[in-house]
Design a protein around this ligand. Sequence first.
Ligand SMILES: Cc1ncc(COP(=O)(O)O)c(C=O)c1O
Length: 435
Amino acid sequence: MTKEEIILANRDHLFPAVFHYYKEPLVILRAKDQYVWDADGNQYLDFFGGIVTISVGHCNEQVNQKLHAQIDRLQHVSTVFANEPQAALAKRLAQITPGQKLTKSFFTSSGTEANETAILAARCYTGSTEIVALRHAYHGRSSLAMSLTAQSSWKLGPVTQAGIVHAVNAYCYRCPYGLTYPSWSVRCAHDVEEVIRTTTSGRIAGFIAEPIQGVGGFITPPKEYFPIVAEIVKKYGGIFISDEVQTGWGRTGGKWFGIEQWGVQPDIITSAKGLGNGTPIGLTIARPEIADAVKGATISTFGGNPIAATAAKAVLDFIEEHHLSINAAEVGAYLRDKLTELQAKHALIGDVRGMGLLQAIELVEDRESKKPAITQALAVMEAARENRILLGKGGLYGNVLRISPPLNVGKADVDEFVRQLDASFIKAQAALAVA
Ligand SMILES: Cc1ncc(COP(=O)(O)O)c(C=O)c1O
């Protein structure tokens, strides 16, 4: 198909809710390591990785060799038959969860399903139904996951499920209480207790949160936040669910999981995205007694799929063998410094935040009012495309630029990316000035 035919077929034969970045959709033809190529043969430096999904580089050779061998050996069996890739992955995961306390896995094909499974397990284990989530959260696109999500643009249709309440999040740049960190001992953390006491029966099934809110715009809480919240959740009998769909697998630097950055022991971890490096996989991994509370039988046709499980195990091996979580910490710190330098140069950049190779810049019309710079964010995205770099967009207002390259990029990649991002700001502002 030609580029035009692809764009036309997308428009005519996909749900219109399938939206694309940019004025004209970017048609990607192939990818390798940190680069992708479009239908016109242009090369881009990919600092978004799908959506925070390419953890070890596009079409990683070591991962793909194992995939090629597996696809010719056994492609599918479903969860009603045992198979080695699923068993080997489950065993490996049990060895790397925080404190090695989460040891039983349930595999699916997406982050949405992973969260569905986690909520089910929390409800089965506690006998309660009520769940506390956070404002600005994103947890997926099923009816339940959209109900957990707390950004209106990602809650489609008339369906919202009962029994889910939302506490304020730790969004220091736009503190819901108008406070400046570290004043008033992280008041937002205590809102979890306030919400439990005033909007639930007081017997909650659980609490779900992203250690760093991904779609929300890489909103990064202060160090005190999660330890306080974890105590509150425990006090009211809830299960602590860490949604690591974006923050898992070394991305935040130095640790396998984002929640470990705050020294908090979760009861369940969910993940997807980077675990498969693009091969569809969803993971719910729980303390054994919580997994055991899901009584009766359940199936997932593609859960533990031999191809997906082989990819995930190969990704974990690659991350470990190449010390990529350390690389994420080092190159992430380098990237952060460069972004802070850009902030000094461009008044549009109100905030720089994130951890490891999960970094964001929030654009504002002026630093005083912090009015979200929505048009400007779109213009920078367009200019970045022209300058052959890819990055993501996010935040409640769509004014946050998200940066999440593969974990094996180097400082030279960062230099090139930041050079082009700088040029994109200049280009975007020039374009807006004449518009
Ligand atoms: C934190 C988080 N949880 C869950 C999901 C849903 O994952 P999926 O799109 O694989 O269903 C996402 C997707 O962006 C996510 O970022």
